[in-house]
Design a protein around this ligand. Structure first.
Ligand code: OOG
Ligand code: MG
Length: 263
């Protein structure tokens, strides 16, 4: 079901995307439209995606969010969500996160999957994902909710492309069969100090379950994950606020290290 007109969807997409592009805070969309639902929220997200494509941006991947208890608890939301990754979100490993372009960035340690076969729901399960995965690689997501103080509900955050803003990938890519993703350990350091630790099982029991869930959620809109998709499976630990002058490293067991600076 939807409650918004096409014109309202377009208006809200512009409202949120302007905040993203010009880096300012807005109030959450459910304050204006308390009756809007989950499908309205995805209509807005897909409209933002359409606007970016029309401007010549490319979509280079997808991300799942709120797939771990640490994140659900941190944000007070009880169900996962997804978003898309545009080309200009990508920062090279060891690169700079520019705070002037963002509102109140936080970093997250994630595992990313690169697929070699199409995944089309409904009914995709973890076995389908294991078979269809080419490589797994480490990633750091930089999230930046456009909502004041990261204060949102599930519907508002979906409309805001699930807080997507930047991401770094790199480290070592390995075939999925060579990895024990559930026990794969992650250590995040900020300015040399350990700030978060976790293991892959934090993500829905197994990060491949997150990719399966994404394929099934996309199927609700007749969409799929084509072969060659890059998918970030969601934060393993709580997100960590970063400020200008910070530097960070995230070590992934067997997959190397990702680092960056905040300038
Ligand atoms: C929503 C996005 C969460 C993750 O990995 O859990 C997310 C947010 O917390 O702002 O990307
Ligand atoms: Mg994330």
């Amino acid at each position: 079901m939807t409650t918004l007109t096409a014109q309202e969807v377009a208006q809200l997409a512009e409202y949120i995307e302007n905040a993203e592009l010009q880096a300012y805070e807005i109030t959450k969309v459910t304050d204006q439209y308390p009756d809007m639902d989950y499908e309205d929220a995805f209509d807005i997200q897909w409209q933002i995606r359409k606007q970016k494509l029309a401007r010549g941006n490319k979509v280079v991947g997808m991300k799942m969010g709120l797939t771990s208890w640490a994140k659900m608890k941190q944000m007070g939301v009880e169900k996962p969500c997804y978003g898309f990754l545009a080309d200009y979100f990508s920062i090279p490993d060891g690169g700079d996160i520019k705070v002037d372009e963002l509102i109140h960035p936080k970093i997250e340690a994630e595992l990313a999957f690169v697929t070699k076969e199409e995944l089309r729901g409904p009914g995709i399960h973890i076995g389908d994902v294991l078979r269809a995965t080419d490589l797994v690689m480490p990633a750091v997501e930089v999230i930046d909710s456009r909502y004041k103080d990261f204060n949102f509900d599930l519907i508002s955050v979906i409309a805001d492309n699930s807080s997507s803003s930047r991401f770094i990938s790199g480290g070592v890519a390995k075939p999925i069969a060579d990895l024990e993703l559930k026990t794969l350990g992650v250590v995040m350091r900020l300015n040399g100090q350990v700030v978060q630790t976790g293991a892959g099982a934090a993500v829905l029991g197994h990060p491949a379950a997150s990719v399966a869930m994404l394929a099934n959620m996309l199927a609700e809109r007749g969409e799929c994950l084509p072969a060659g998709s890059f998918v970030m499976t969601g934060a393993i630990t709580a997100a960590v606020t970063v400020n200008r002058g910070d530097s960070f490293t995230v070590d992934f067991d067997g997959l190397g290290c990702i680092s960056g600076r905040v300038v």
